[in-house]
Design a protein around this ligand. Structure first.
Ligand SMILES: NC(=O)c1ccc[n+]([C@@H]2O[C@H](COP(=O)([O-])OP(=O)(O)OC[C@H]3O[C@@H](n4cnc5c(N)ncnc54)[C@H](O)[C@@H]3O)[C@@H](O)[C@H]2O)c1
Length: 252
């Protein structure tokens, strides 16, 4: 029996990187996956990859910066598969790479609306449905920047700390409702989001790696495995955790 057989899994930001790897991993384990993203082409490609591997998935477009679309996303999930067992709030942006004094109000609002609003308003919709069902599991994708300061990324750092805070508060609130809520905190992980840093300064490639004890960057699959572990049906006592997936960085 596959681990997530017949479980309905909703993943935001699943057109690329960590979200796509997570969608493929859940589908391999029998999950019925709602692949969501504002990027439609990449979203359909994730569905194609899942189906090619013999899995089941549907694409639903959603811009997580818009709470109304997050409501429609849960409604669409129910219309497609009839329930929502697992939600992965993964969609996110890096924001402008700049010192704090140089960040514009536009960049501040865009980063906050996607990285924080997308998780907060997404969780509200998901929780309403999970409360009705009497069970559920949520994983929010934060960052090591949710646990420590990342220079030149103050707003990103603030939103990821906020995601860790939201995760802990909600986990305590809904623990007695059979709903577990955790976060993962990846270190630099090879994806379009992270690789864009190298176009700013190629020397980052070697410099940043020095801070990771395991001596390599994360792969999207490393983060996917941590997310699957947090959601596993036999993992019943872990909630409110912000799990570093960081090659040991937070141990230094
Ligand atoms: N890659 C890293 O080094 C790293 C490290 C720590 C945390 N993270 C977090 O992991 C998550 C996934 O990032 P990734 O590295 O896979 O990047 P990515 O750019 O490959 O994927 C992010 C996805 O989110 C989607 N997205 C962005 N804004 C959206 C919006 N408003 N509505 C819907 N979808 C939207 C993008 O279209 C994209 O498909 C993000 O929350 C990111 O902050 C990444």
């Amino acid at each position: 029996m596959k681990k997530f057989q017949q479980q309905v899994v909703l993943i935001t930001g699943a057109a690329s990187g960590i979200g796509r790897a997570t969608a493929l991993s859940f589908a391999r384990e029998g999950g019925r996956v709602v692949v969501s993203d504002r990027a439609e082409e990449g979203g359909h490609e994730t569905v194609r990859l899942i189906e090619e591997a013999g899995g089941e998935a549907t694409f639903l477009a959603c811009d997580v910066a818009d709470p109304a679309q997050l409501q429609q996303l849960v409604e669409g999930t129910l219309a497609t598969y009839g329930k929502l067992d697992i939600a992965i709030n993964n969609a996110g942006v890096g924001g402008t790479f700049a010192k704090t004094a140089n960040i514009t109000p536009e960049d501040y609002h865009q980063t906050v609306n996607i990285n924080l609003g997308g998780v907060f308003f997404g969780m509200q919709e998901q929780l309403r449905q999970m409360l009705e069902q009497g069970s559920g599991c949520i994983v929010n994708v934060a960052s090591v920047a949710g646990l420590r300061g990342l220079p030149n990324s103050a707003v990103y750092t603030a939103t990821k700390h906020a995601v860790v805070g939201l995760t802990k508060a909600a986990a305590v609130e809904y623990a007695r409702k059979n709903i577990r809520i955790n976060a993962v905190c990846p270190v630099f992980t090879r994806s379009p989001l992270f690789d864009s840093l190298f176009s700013i300064d190629p020397s980052y490639e070697e410099k940043l790696k020095r801070n990771i004890p395991l001596g390599r960057y994360g792969q999207p699959e490393d983060v996917a495995q941590a997310i699957l572990w947090l959601c596993a049906p036999d993992n019943t006592f872990v909630t409110g955790m912000a799990l570093p997936v960081d090659g040991g960085m937070m141990a230094m």
